[in-house]
Ligand binder design. Sequence first.
Ligand SMILES: Cc1cc2nc3c(=O)[nH]c(=O)nc-3n(C[C@H](O)[C@H](O)[C@H](O)COP(=O)(O)OP(=O)(O)OC[C@H]3O[C@@H](n4cnc5c(N)ncnc54)[C@H](O)[C@@H]3O)c2cc1C
Length: 410
Amino acid sequence: MSNPTFLIVGASLAGAKAAEELRERGFDGRVVLVGSEPERPYERPPLTKDYLRGESEREKAYVHTADYYAEHEIELITGTTVTAVDLNEAQVTLDEGQTLAYDRLLLTTGAEPRRLSVPGSELAEIYYLRTLADCDALRERLDSAERVAVIGAGWIGSELAASARTMGLDVALIDPLELPNERIFGPEIGEFYRDVHAQHGIELHLGDGLEAFEGDGAVQRVRTSAGKVIECDFAAVGIGVAPRTELARGAGLEIDNGITVDEHLQSAAEGVFAAGDAANAWHPFFQQRIRVEHWANALNQGPAAARAMLGGLAGYERIPYFFSDQYDVGMEYSGYATSWDQVVFRGDRDGGEFVAFWLEGGRVLAGMNVNVWDVNEHVQALIRSREPVDVAELTDVDTPLEALAGERSR
Ligand SMILES: Cc1cc2nc3c(=O)[nH]c(=O)nc-3n(C[C@H](O)[C@H](O)[C@H](O)COP(=O)(O)OP(=O)(O)OC[C@H]3O[C@@H](n4cnc5c(N)ncnc54)[C@H](O)[C@@H]3O)c2cc1C
């Protein structure tokens, strides 16, 4: 390859960090980063938190300074969508019809919000939240409204509800599950977060799905499956995301809950990679494919894909990690647990300062630290050890976690 072109489709966190890594590793060919959004790459977590509440500057959300891309000879093309990938010709088509040839291609096309299709879904004043533009529109509405109905008590819905409440709005939070995030974390953590919302004055409608939005042109109330009518000035929806795979599917790449890639983040088509929310990647530690829809995965998988594009041989096997902030409750979760036989707590669960562990056969599968900090790497070491732990020691705050983790990883 003389002066090769490495093309990255999707100019968000995973894509921007991949471009950065290519330059950091001394790649001196062309790096082209194409994104549909008008913005240069930014991080999304502030969009349910400080930025949404008007507490932080827009500038803080960006992945790099405005000058960074030119300074590093990264050709950033914003406001442009890649509409097709031709694997045989090794080229893509942009939305205005031009083509662009590549030597290596990285797809970081991310995910998009699932949308509701209940009666009334076409009404105005129903907000979804993925982009800075979505966030700006929502923030303006939060500034002028008194009452919002939030549909979905997953992480996005819960953080949005918490921010709206912190800004002084009345908030009704509606979810068909009995407890927030119950399906993923079980009842213990679900109860904890339900109580946090209740203590902050959120009106909870749990175990009750959404039947319809109602109003004259714009939503004025929502109707639940149980027949409750909840008045609101506007509604905000956070019911999960779906990986954005149309481009990869159109190219003939394998899609299975995301773009299927191996541990090097390479698809079955040589030289074509995927990372971030869009990628369902083989995970050597868990011995299965995993798609992770979280910030840290995009942050780390983008650079890992870049190294693989340069011929690096190390597979990506970080333990999945994410964080959430609601009111004064901050948490970090590490691991990957889809079933377990025990959940145990270390610390003050009622006081909201604890580490929860999900165990199977005495082995730690995952851990969540809530308002307890600097324990994450020890939680991850316990997970990696795969050794059974002594639950009495694990839940005893006087037994340092690092000692337990250290013992296990020797
Ligand atoms: C409001 C919000 C709050 C969040 N908070 C947290 C949090 O607290 N903690 C946490 O761990 N995670 C959080 N996340 C999740 C985290 O932001 C995502 O995991 C992360 O953004 C994924 O990055 P990505 O680069 O893979 O994809 P995305 O951020 O989805 O970006 C993909 C980009 O690709 C572009 N694109 C798609 N198709 C094309 C195409 N054909 N041509 C050109 N461009 C294209 C899209 O326009 C988009 O800009 C939050 C997400 C949201 C929306």
